[in-house]
Design a protein around this ligand. Structure first.
Ligand code: 3HC
Length: 295
């Protein structure tokens, strides 16, 4: 498939990454069907896109007309067949659990066009293993965006064992059409490149706090002001979602060994459903304290 043949994109999953990727694709002029399993999930994702486009327009990052036009290109859907039947590319951004992804790919394969490309926004799972849930491993690869997709420049384009070179080429071109900078990742290893570095950093920060060696404020001050990261490590964890970091770590722990064991603090956040900004609290409180540290 050539880039010029791509008109309609389906995004599966309307969560943080799904609605963010939908927004990016719609801003680039594509018609996007955003699908999730419940009407309330797609409605929430749609509201988030509207909020974000308004914010970009307010800050003069986008014209009002372009923001309105992008929103018009988004169709929120619950029905899988309606979402994917005419899609040239399907971007999967559903929860990071193999069983959920398998179910979604089986259903998708039954309804999608034979020529459609499938890409996954997985944060760490094996592209080769995910491709096995489809009948098109040569037209399947990773297309990993970063949170928030509308603001982050990088997209990792990851090859599975059977991905065709043409698939990687067109997905890289698509990332460029989205205004992003693609980096090709040749080895399908857990966490790819960024998460292999970033998630252990967040985990090490959690171990420091779990072991009583530093406070959240101390860690965030040093990572922000000395290491020069745009956010403190725990602020970033809340931005990404503590469940996401935890699932990536669990997978890296299983595949790569004990060095990746999730810290108790992170585990506790997931158990308490303090997942970060999306739930109103994580390492910081966003509902009551507008980002005040939780003791
Ligand atoms: N859409 C539109 N506006 C948004 C937004 C979005 N999605 N998210 C935040 N904003 C708004 C904020 O509401 C704020 O508005 P306000 O000033 O009116 O309150 C404004 O953007 C802040 O933007 P600024 O440019 O003024 O602020 P920053 O310079 O701090 O930039 C940032 C914000 C780009 C998010 C920056 O802090 C940053 O780069 N953070 C690091 C994020 C990062 O590393 N993400 C990758 C994580 S790893 C990952 O996602 C992989 C996964 O697989 C785990």
């Amino acid at each position: 498939m050539d880039l010029e043949e791509i008109n309609t994109i389906a995004v599966l999953g309307a969560g943080n990454m799904g609605h963010g990727i939908t927004e990016v694709a719609a801003m680039a002029g594509y018609d996007v069907n955003m699908r999730d399993i419940k009407a309330e999930f797609v409605e929430d994702g749609y509201d988030q896109i509207e909020w974000s486009l308004n914010k970009l327009a307010e800050k003069d990052r986008l014209s009002r007309e372009d923001a309105d036009a992008a929103l018009e290109r988004v169709t929120p859907l619950v029905d899988m067949e309606a979402a994917v039947a005419d899609a040239d590319v399907v971007i999967e951004a559903v929860p990071e659990q193999m069983e959920i992804k398998e179910e979604v790919y089986r259903e998708l394969e039954a309804c999608a066009g034979d020529d459609a490309l499938f890409v996954t926004n997985t944060s760490s799972l094996s592209i080769t293993d995910l491709a096995e849930f489809t009948d098109r491993p040569e037209r399947f690869c990773g297309m990993h965006f970063f949170n928030p997709p509308v603001r982050m420049q990088l997209v990792e384009v990851i090859s599975g064992a059977e991905t065709a070179e043409e698939t990687l080429d067109v997905v890289e071109e698509l990332a460029e059409e989205f205004g992003k900078t693609p980096v090709r990742v040749h080895r399908d290893s857990p966490g790819f490149i960024v998460n292999r570095i970033l998630v252990p950093l967040m985990n090490e920060a959690s171990w420091l706090v779990s072991d009583g060696e530093a406070t959240i404020a101390e860690v965030d001050s040093t990572t922000k002001y000395e290491l020069g990261l745009p956010m403190g490590t725990f602020e970033l964890g809340d931005q990404v979602g503590n469940d996401i970091s935890y699932h990536v770590l669990e997978y890296m722990h299983d595949v790569l060994g004990d060095a990746y064991e999730p810290a108790p603090l992170l585990e506790e956040k997931v158990e308490n459903e303090e997942l970060g900004k999306k739930t109103g609290a994580g390492f910081y409180d966003y509902e009551n304290g507008d980002g005040v540290q939780i003791p």
